[in-house]
Design a protein around this ligand. Sequence first.
Ligand code: 3QA
Length: 230
Amino acid sequence: MKIAIMGAMPEEIAPILEKLSEYKTTQYAGNAYYEASYKGIDLVIAYSKIGKVFSTLTATIMIERFGAQKLLFSGVAGAISATLKVGDLIVATKLAQHDLDITAFGHPFGYVPEGAVFVEADKEMILLSKEVASDMGKMVQEGVIATGDQFVANEERKNWIGSTFHADALEMEGASVAVVCDALNVPFFILRSISDAADMDASFSFDEFLETSAVESAEFVMKMVDKLVE
Ligand code: 3QA
């Protein structure tokens, strides 16, 4: 079995690479891909760079070129739901692109013909995440994640995304990765730890908590991999 673990920023995969004793680095299409064997299975790990386009490229390459059969994303997110605080974990049940807009033609936000507003994450891995959470004695909230090519640092925009998509958290890569995995029939799991509240203080909070929140997420994702290997 080959599992892809991806992040968007170097900080999001660094804690994962640290856990591996050896890996092989391949440069491809402007990114580094790290391959390792871990507890008898193969891993491919990469950070995509920020946003929907780069994350689409990386997810596609991990599947098509490196042969990944499952994909787990680890990273940070801005909170929409008031119950999500810095460091808390959210597992995506489904994801939408909040900046996809052909509403001028009477379509809902996030929709294009032959697409869907929401793409659902793999139910088995979501179920597994509950076991991991209880093993670790951690709380993990399930919820909707909204993705767009914007760092949201504005209460009004955040609330609009929250009410339009019933979203609990927002980020810049999940939904594009979801579209790729769905199209290629690869089960995927998207986990994020909160770094900020997508409000006027978001950039400061992000800078302060990126590293610690990225570690929270990465540790959980590695425990997910451990469960998948069992
Ligand atoms: C933001 C990162 C991008 O990969 C999406 C973090 C956390 N808070 C968010 C928010 N709005 C949207 N997304 C997020 N990730 C990159 S901008 C900072 C780059 O600094 C999730 C996320 N409020 C680079 C140094 O200049």
